[in-house]
Design a protein around this ligand. Structure first.
Ligand code: ATP
Length: 315
């Protein structure tokens, strides 16, 4: 089992800081669900873990080792929204899986074992990805990721492009495999119900920063940060079934955030229902960055006034 740690990680694309000084740990054998609106930096953080995004500050550590120093066949593998990003459409699925294996010996048997692990018939190893359904292709992408014998999986919106009818099955499979192999997993989804279903810990991202993190149930039933509360309020089905759409993007009746011009102080202050919009004396929200408040406590929120406002549960 291995822990993945982001240690003050920033990623810049030109003048845009997509990820800004993020510190977050994915503990051994646990699932950390990462949520936030589109453009908050979730995929960029995931890509930084896999060495696919340019880290301009900080480090990503796997068991204390900088991921930039890991061998090419990394103990960290990614599964993406679109399985075609890891599967060659002209290559038989068995070959795609075999190609990702560290050793040549015993590949055929290992391909069969992996196909069985993801509930696919090993006799279908000669099919091309285009001959499978979307859900089956995503199972193959998972098998290919597992072929690299990872310790950590990074899953980025892996069910979002699938038919609603197969999302639950793929999700169950991923959760089952994660538990069986005791993998550590960073799991990204815009669907709060999906994140709740698989995650031990939930981290909430806003404009490149983690604004709240803690045990999944606590964050989702007793959110501390006004942004998390607004997200949950905009997603009434967060506690509903897996198949409900949660509509994270429906949040803003206020001005959406512009990552090119992040606000001063707390980045949520122009939209915040407990900030200077409503309490003009709360100038600290405009002048001081509350990032320090989100230290490595079990349940932390980067907000100057989180403590002075009752949570939903106690309200
Ligand atoms: N390769 C890139 N070059 C320039 N800007 C990028 C690049 N990748 C991402 N960005 C920008 O970085 C910010 C964060 O994007 P990112 O895709 O990480 O967000 P996200 O939370 O995953 O959103 P989504 O849910 O829509 O995928 C956005 O403003 C995006 O436009």
């Amino acid at each position: 089992m291995s822990a993945l740690r982001f240690d003050g990680v920033s990623v810049r694309y030109g003048k845009l800081t997509a990820v800004d000084g993020v510190s977050l740990t994915v503990p051994s054998g646990q699932v950390v669900g990462l949520v936030g609106e589109s453009g908050s930096g979730k995929s960029t953080l995931a890509r930084a873990a896999a060495g696919l995004a340019p880290v301009s500050a900080g480090r990503v550590l796997l068991d204390g080792v900088d991921v930039r120093r890991l061998p090419r066949r990394r103990p960290l593998q990614m599964v993406f929204q679109d399985p075609y990003s890891s599967l060659d459409p002209r290559m038989a699925i068995g070959e795609s899986i075999a190609e990702a294996m560290p050793r040549r010996a015993g590949r055929r048997a290992e391909v069969a074992r992996l196909l069985e692990l993801v509930n696919l018939d090993p006799d279908r190893a000669d099919l091309l990805p285009g001959q499978l359904s979307g859900g089956q292709r995503q199972r193959v992408a998972l098998a290919r990721a597992l072929a690299g014998q990872p310790k950590v999986l990074v899953a980025d919106e892996i069910t979002s492009a699938l038919d609603v009818s197969v999302q639950g099955a793929v999700l169950n499979l991923v959760r089952d495999v994660q538990r069986r192999l005791a993998l550590s997993m960073l799991f990204i989804s815009h669907n709060l119900a999906v994140v709740r279903y698989v995650s031990d810990v939930v981290a909430v991202m806003y404009l490149g920063r983690i604004v709240e993190a803690g045990p999944a149930e606590q964050v989702l039933t007793d959110p501390k940060h006004p942004y998390t509360r607004d997200l949950l309020a905009a997603a009434p089905s967060a506690h509903g079934t897996l198949l409900d759409e949660t509509g994270l993007d429906a949040l803003a009746d206020t001005e959406p955030a512009d990552p090119h011009h992040p606000p001063s102080g707390c980045r949520y202050h122009p939209r915040c229902p407990i900030g200077p919009l409503v309490h003009p004396d709360r100038t600290v929200c405009v002048t001081a960055d509350p990032a320090g408040e989100a230290a490595d406590r079990p349940h932390s929120a980067a907000c100057h006034f989180a403590a002075s406002h009752p949570t939903r549960r106690s309200a």
